[in-house]
Design a protein around this ligand. Structure first.
Ligand code: SF4
Length: 308
């Protein structure tokens, strides 16, 4: 098989709303990545939402870099400070996809995929060319261009889509972006039209559609309320939402004092209670656990992660 290794999209990169226009064959863009496919870890992830991890786990590929670069990123070690990049050519990438399928993974889960979308599409085409119809998951930040989502939606079955901020002042403070809310809602509108709500098989395994994720953050409870209200009024109470308590300030950049603490139980419960009041029918709610970072991955502890 001839592998197409040259991707014209990286020459003048417009893959995300940053629209840097850089030639990634010469230098990295805002996302921190060049045109070389860079992976930190690949593993069978048992901690995603139940229909995603299901019985065997989700075959998860963690790419390095990110076009959003949140100062509180829970995956900071790989999204912004990767110390152990592994560069894959397409042959390596296809080999990893084969290994994921052989492992019995329930799906292939591409984490922070935007800046490597051209490679990922080749990977999905490769699987489909072999007659493998394992579900594909686009696990993204909510800050995607409509063009990229249109392209991705042709190849992806499931979207795990973050909706982090509804409040422009919150996204201004934390991301230096006032338009995150507009971009995320526009993306969700497109995806619900194109892919629909999450669809499960008879056993409860995810086959296609959208799950909206929201990480509740300390001191930004009003933002979380706006997120839930916007979701309810835009898409109704039957959508699948995933409310997450796992925020940790462990990797927080300096200068963000407001969120330099853990989330309190009463803050989290306020948001969970609102979700119940709004009568969301399909939700995943993380248990609230204070005082440890049990959900926080340590990508520098390589024993925790397999790489194929
Ligand atoms: S994917 Fe990276 S290089 Fe491309 S526009 Fe976005 S931040 Fe810039």
């Amino acid at each position: 098989m001839n592998f197409r290794e040259y991707f014209i999209e990286y020459e003048n990169c417009l893959l995300c709303p940053r629209k840097c226009g850089v030639n990634r064959y010469r230098k990295a863009g805002f996302c921190g990545e060049t045109a070389k496919l860079s992976v930190d870890s690949i593993l069978l992830h048992k901690g995603e939402e139940p229909p995603i991890s299901f019985k065997n786990g989700s075959g998860t590929i963690f790419f390095t870099g990110c076009s959003l670069r949140c100062p509180f990123c829970q995956n900071m070690q790989i999204s912004q400070n990767p110390i152990d990049k592994k560069f894959y050519n397409l042959k390596d990438f296809f080999y990893s996809l084969d290994k994921i399928v052989e492992s019995g993974a329930e799906n292939v889960n591409f984490v922070t995929p935007d800046h490597f979308l051209p490679h990922i599409i080749e990977g999905v085409k490769y699987l489909r060319s072999k007659g493998i119809d394992i579900p594909t998951v686009y696990n993204c930040s909510g800050y995607q261009s409509l063009e990229s989502l249109e392209t991705a939606s042709e190849y992806m079955d499931i979207f795990l889509f973050d909706y982090k901020f509804a409040d422009a002042s919150a996204s201004k403070y934390l991301l230096n972006l006032e338009n995150y809310n507009v971009v995320a809602l526009r993306g969700l509108e497109f995806l619900f039209k194109k892919k629909g709500n999450l669809r499960l098989d008879a056993n409860g395994k995810a086959l296609s559609g959208v799950i909206v994720r929201h990480l509740v953050m300390p001191d930004f409870i009003k933002n979380s309320e706006e997120v839930l209200n916007n979701l309810y009024f835009s898409f109704g109470n039957k959508i699948f939402i995933s409310i997450m308590s796992q925020y940790s300030p462990k990797y927080l950049k300096i200068g963000y004092d407001k969120i330099n603490r853990k989330l309190r139980r009463d803050e989290y419960e306020q948001i969970v209670n609102l979700a119940r009041e709004l009568n969301f029918k399909n939700g995943f709610i993380q248990d609230y656990i204070y005082g440890n970072d049990q959900y926080l991955p340590d990508f520098n502890e390589k024993n925790n992660f397999e790489v194929w």
